[in-house]
Design a binder for this molecule. Structure first.
Ligand code: ATP
Length: 216
């Protein structure tokens, strides 16, 4: 049995919402992980530039995870220059936690895009991949990802602790049909968003006029 088991949940978090937080928390509890690092993608390579800068998004993330004892806000991609590649974050964790089981947690739609990621073939040699369902999306694997996953898939969650990396596991989570894009649009349109955000996060968004025409 390996020393620690650590989840890594990446996102732009523009802003972080209860879809992210409940998915990460459900995986942490179901797989009895020691903790989950919520890794803020400072310079996301696959998306258009975020609305808030990395420090602003990180302060919302830090305020939000306080409500979840086993989730931690992770700024390692802010401290690194250049595009935020998950493979570099996994190499960093593998170096500082050589004995730990590392579990990269991805929604199904993100997993389906894996082959577009920088050095994606190296990821399974550094961490396990835990795939969650995502409400509002077609939760089926695209054929090329299904073929890739077949080599690594396991239904035995104990394997995720016995090995430090190398397995793919499907973990259904409580599905919350929300995205950061929808929330940003709702804030712009002055519609309610409180039910999808941690209270302190929503307070900060209002204080700074984030995501409104008044911001910057
Ligand atoms: P955006 O709308 O700005 O693209 P997003 O809400 O889709 O953002 P990201 O910040 O890009 O989320 O986070 C990406 C990760 O979070 C992916 O693994 C994605 O599957 C997962 N995720 C996002 N929203 C949800 C949700 N409602 N339920 C479960 N997982 C989610």
């Amino acid at each position: 049995m390996s020393a620690e088991s650590i989840g890594l949940y990446g996102g732009t978090f523009d802003p972080v919402h209860l879809g992210h937080l409940t998915a990460a928390s459900d995986v942490q509890q179901t797989l009895s992980l020691d903790y989950v690092q919520m890794v803020l993608s400072a310079n996301p390579p696959h998306k258009k530039p975020p609305v808030l800068n990395a420090d602003e998004r990180f302060s919302l993330l830090s305020a939000s995870v306080k409500a979840f004892p086993h989730l931690q806000a992770d700024d390692c991609e802010i401290k690194r220059d250049g595009p935020s590649y998950m493979v570099d974050t996994l190499r960093y964790y593998r170096k500082i936690k050589p004995e730990a089981s590392l579990l990269l947690i991805l929604g199904m739609e993100a997993f389906n895009g894996l082959m577009s990621w920088h050095q994606w073939q190296h990821i399974i040699g550094l961490a396990h991949i835990v795939v969650t369902d995502r409400a509002g999306f077609n939760n089926e694997l695209v054929p090329e990802i299904e073929a890739y996953a077949a080599t690594y898939i396991t239904k035995d969650k104990s394997t995720l602790k016995h090995l430090t990396h190398g397995k793919i596991y499907h973990q259904p989570v409580s599905a919350l049909d929300v995205s950061a894009t929808q929330l940003r649009q709702r804030i712009m349109d002055k519609k309610s968003v409180e039910q999808w955000l941690v209270g302190d996060c929503w307070t900060m968004i209002q204080q700074h006029d984030y995501y409104t025409a008044l911001h910057r």
